[in-house]
Write a protein that binds this ligand. Structure first.
Ligand code: IMP
Ligand code: MG
Length: 174
């Protein structure tokens, strides 16, 4: 089956929005250090760009969680493949995600990381598909709300491909 990618959000639109999110975070965390927690692998492109736009002090850590299921649907069972290197106690944590879809991965992660006694914990996602939500996840910073379509690029993959696209596209099967 042949597939192609249709542009949904251009590189310029994404970059402009990330700068706005960086400005908002810099304003909200005046006088604090922000600890960005990246959910690998999808969140990494977004987190690097976001971190460059934040003007208050930033520290970063990385974790990897896999939700069992097919390549296009998550099952709700989350496995921590790589945990964080450092404790979260008393830090101002922002979890940085590529996309919130059903919300299952994040509701699990927020609970798990919240138990580590951070000073605060917020959630920042580049993309949100609100129509698909099955759990009650509060997103504090959202790049774009998008329709229920399978997207790739800017870290998001289809079978591990397309993560390196500098824009967000929709996979179309011809
Ligand atoms: P959730 O647990 O259903 O909210 O989604 C968890 C993960 O599924 C996300 O972090 C992505 O890695 C992946 N995912 C959900 N929707 C898409 C998509 O449209 N394209 C690529 N990956 C997606
Ligand atoms: Mg992800």
């Amino acid at each position: 089956m042949a597939e192609s990618v249709r542009v949904l959000l251009t590189e310029e639109e994404v970059d402009k929005r990330i700068k706005e999110l960086g400005d908002a975070i810099s304003r909200d965390y005046q006088g604090e250090t922000v600890h960005l927690v990246c959910v690998l692998k999808g969140g990494v492109f977004f987190m690097c760009e976001l971190a460059k736009r934040i003007t208050v002090p930033v520290t970063m850590d990385f974790m990897s969680a896999s939700s069992y299921g097919s390549s296009t649907k998550s099952s709700g069972v989350v496995k921590i493949v790589k945990d964080l290197d450092e404790p979260l106690k008393d830090r101002h944590v922002i979890i940085v995600e590529d996309i919130v879809d059903s919300g299952r991965t994040l509701s699990y992660l927020i609970k798990m990381l919240g138990d580590r006694e951070p000073a605060s914990i917020k959630l920042c996602t580049l993309l949100d598909k609100p129509e698909r939500r099955v759990t009650d996840v509060k997103v504090d910073y959202t790049g774009f709300e998008i329709p229920d379509e399978f997207v790739v690029g800017y870290g998001l993959d289809y079978d591990q491909r397309y993560r390196n696209l500098p824009y967000i596209g929709v996979v179309e099967f011809n």
